[in-house]
Design a protein around this ligand. Structure first.
Ligand code: UGA
Length: 434
């Protein structure tokens, strides 16, 4: 099948590469000429484990091509994916200007039937808006379908190639048959392709992300309560997660969710509710609790040092909003850095992938260490903000001799309490101590 992907950001590039991997001819289109030039030369523009190998092979074999020209890119394409940014506007709603802009151009240049697919996370009613925009100029038949993406950064290739389910919103049988054929290689194990109307598909994406954000937030509240009530959230997590109605995943408490999706989507769903005159109370609490949770360790850190962090050096392990990504959008680490600087502390940071992005964002406000052990050299305390695997089993001899004080504030519960006690650490974590 010949397909086109408009927008070569994170979702676009993963979508294009993975569909090329299943034998399709994919043309990736972007208005950013510099990006297209790099991609043509084989320089991948995002960090995503496992993607580069697929990208390189399919590019070399001619199944994955790049262009800035919409007309050239959509030539003969049976399916045209729109994977464009939907940044939050000032009021929290998703800004559709990029998608509507491309829809307008598509209407003018489309010269054959195609299925146009909203892949971006877009509010309920967007497929109808896109369709209406194309209709203003269209000379041919087309269908607009909602096909939200559920991939997670860091494991995107796996999520894409082996989806739990594929959700497709369309009322057109013609579009349905084409989408079924396109996705068939990815659901051979029997995972469902769930067809529904466009509005329900759009709502499904927001409901899924908001539900997961709520699940994490609920556990963060339980963790906070465990600390007060003398319970251990790790036990509680196992105790409830084994109930198949609850499920084991996304129950890990910490210093809040971040990233480009959960915060934006919870906010946008709240906005949609408001537009329809519905007071979605849980969403408001989720946002409030998550914001509070991000810097939850700071008061404990201050208290540990007698209320004053002036002149103290705090090392931070982990800057990315989660492991296996260089993404720092809404990363709890950034909020903690801000709070530490405000309190007069010096901050030394280390992250295996995200340093370049942090440097761009906050420059010389912190010191950048070349390794996790260099970061802790002479530091008064260590804070752990991201659960990179290499932080899970550090060389504790090295760590203990590098740190000025044996004290760790762990926002991701990486270590066992009894091990830390044996090693002589003052160890603060989430929902387990005090
Ligand atoms: C999320 C969803 O998981 C994807 O299904 C969705 O496609 C994507 O958003 C999107 O809308 O594009 P992502 O933001 O990449 O994916 O990351 P997650 O792995 O979901 O993690 C989100 C945040 O939740 C991270 O900050 C993570 O640390 C936190 N988290 C996750 C917890 O605090 N506890 C958990 O148990 C799980």
């Amino acid at each position: 099948m010949k397909i086109a992907v408009v927008g070569t950001g994170y979702v676009g590039l993963v979508t294009g590469t993975c569909f090329a991997e299943t034998g399709n001819y994919v043309s990736c289109i972007d208005i950013d000429a510099k990006k297209i030039e790099s991609l043509r030369k084989g320089k991948i523009t995002i960090y995503e484990p496992g993607l580069e190998v697929l990208f390189e092979r399919n590019r070399k074999e001619g199944r994955l091509t790049f262009t800035t020209d919409l007309v050239e890119g959509i030539k003969d394409a049976e399916v045209i994916f729109l994977a464009l940014p939907t940044p939050p506007g000032e009021d929290g709603s998703a800004d559709l200007k990029y998608i509507i802009g491309v829809a307008e151009n598509l209407g003018k240049v489309l010269d054959h039937y195609a299925v146009i697919v909203d892949k971006s996370t877009v509010p309920v009613g967007t497929a109808e808006k896109v369709s209406a925009k194309i209709a203003e100029n269209a000379k041919v038949d087309y269908d607009v379908v909602s096909n939200p993406e559920f991939l997670r950064e860091g494991v995107a290739v796996d999520d894409f190639m082996k989806p739990d389910r594929v959700v497709i919103g369309t009322k057109s049988d013609r579009a349905k048959a084409i989408m079924e054929r396109l996705y068939a290689p990815l659901v051979r194990q029997g995972n469902p392709v769930i067809f529904m109307d466009e509005r329900s598909a759009e709502m499904t994406k927001y409901a899924a992300n908001s539900f997961l954000a709520m699940k994490i937030t609920f556990m963060n509240e339980i963790a906070n309560l465990c600390e007060l009530a003398g319970a251990d959230v790790d036990n509680v997590r196992k105790g409830i997660g084994t109930d198949s109605r609850i499920g084991k995943r996304f129950l890990f408490p910490g210093i809040g969710y971040g990233g480009s999706c959960f915060p934006k989507d919870v906010q946008a769903l709240g906005k949609t509710a408001k537009e329809y005159g519905y007071d979605f109370k849980i969403l408001k609490s989720v946002m409030f609790v998550n914001d509070r949770q991000k810097t939850k360790l700071i008061p404990q850190l201050k208290a540990h040092f007698g209320g004053d962090l002036k002149g103290k050096t705090i090392a931070i392990w982990g800057l990315a909003f989660k492991p296996h990504t260089d993404d720092i959008r809404e990363a709890p680490a950034l909020y903690n850095i801000k709070a530490l600087k405000r309190a007069g502390a010096k901050v030394v940071v280390f992250d295996p992938e995200a340093v370049a992005n942090v440097r761009k964002e906050i420059g010389k406000k912190v010191k950048y260490a070349a390794s996790q052990y260099e970061a802790v050299q002479g530091a008064d305390a260590l804070m752990i903000m991201t659960e990179w695997p290499e932080f899970r089993t550090p060389d504790f001899d090295k760590l203990s001799s590098a740190l000025k004080n044996k004290v760790i504030f762990d926002g991701r519960n990486l270590y066992e309490l009894k091990d830390m006690a044996k090693l002589g650490y003052d160890y603060y974590s989430i929902g387990r101590d005090t």
